[in-house]
Design a protein around this ligand. Sequence first.
Ligand SMILES: NC(=O)c1ccc[n+]([C@@H]2O[C@H](COP(=O)([O-])OP(=O)(O)OC[C@H]3O[C@@H](n4cnc5c(N)ncnc54)[C@H](OP(=O)(O)O)[C@@H]3O)[C@@H](O)[C@H]2O)c1
Length: 240
Amino acid sequence: MPTVLITGAAKRVGKALTELFAARGWEVIIHYHTSERAARDLSLSLQKKYDSRHFPVVQADLSNPVQSVEMLLKQLPQPLAGLDALINNASVFDASTLAETDYDLWRRQMLVNFETPFMLMQAFYKMFGKGAVVNVLDTRIVNNDSSHAAYSLSKKALTQLTQMAALEWAPDVRVNGVAPGPVLPPPGRDSVYFEKVAADTPLKRVVGLDSLAESVWFLVANSAITGQVIYCDSGAHLNG
Ligand SMILES: NC(=O)c1ccc[n+]([C@@H]2O[C@H](COP(=O)([O-])OP(=O)(O)OC[C@H]3O[C@@H](n4cnc5c(N)ncnc54)[C@H](OP(=O)(O)O)[C@@H]3O)[C@@H](O)[C@H]2O)c1
């Protein structure tokens, strides 16, 4: 049975990814940080729907790259025949210009969004030696909007890492990225703000969770693609 580990899988985008991979016949290891109830509810609902498969739940704070990878590996179900895919989806999204960014904020963004995904990718490559990694990026990787400066820089770094790893780890592990545009408003932002962000995209629409999940699925399923970034962003990257 193919198995995927999805980080930040309990809610929002991560939940949509989990549901799609489950619907396509995969077992999903559901990682969460604080959303234990949501992770367990999701696991139970999938278990009921697909009763011959497993949907284990694992917990880790991804702000400590070395410890969190160790913790995650310890919690992987045993015996584990293998892991076929890793999706680095968990992230933090702090608003802060370059001038406002203090070192704590900088570190938090880099640790969760870039350094831990790197350590997880490396562990995946070394332990399992084959399969697919998808890093969830952001359409902001193509512009210099500094309203979320450290966040954007962490995703830009993850994009470069995606391409470097794709080359180093070929032909064994494929590494790709999906760069979403406006999917769901961040906590604390209302739908009016979000509709405006969507209206500014060439396609003038919010990115559906299904569209985003299908893009990630495509990159996992298509064995001829590595080092690619799909902009699933209603065309926002064209605005630069
Ligand atoms: N939403 C959008 O419109 C949008 C747009 C562009 C790009 N993206 C990208 O798409 C991905 C998913 O977006 P989203 O809006 O669904 O993300 P989100 O809700 O902001 O975060 C996803 C998950 O990340 C986990 N997380 C945060 N800090 C963590 C930590 N220290 N350790 C471990 N896990 C941690 C949280 O898990 P717990 O809940 O368990 O704490 C959270 O549920 C992200 O990579 C984001 O950058 C999203």
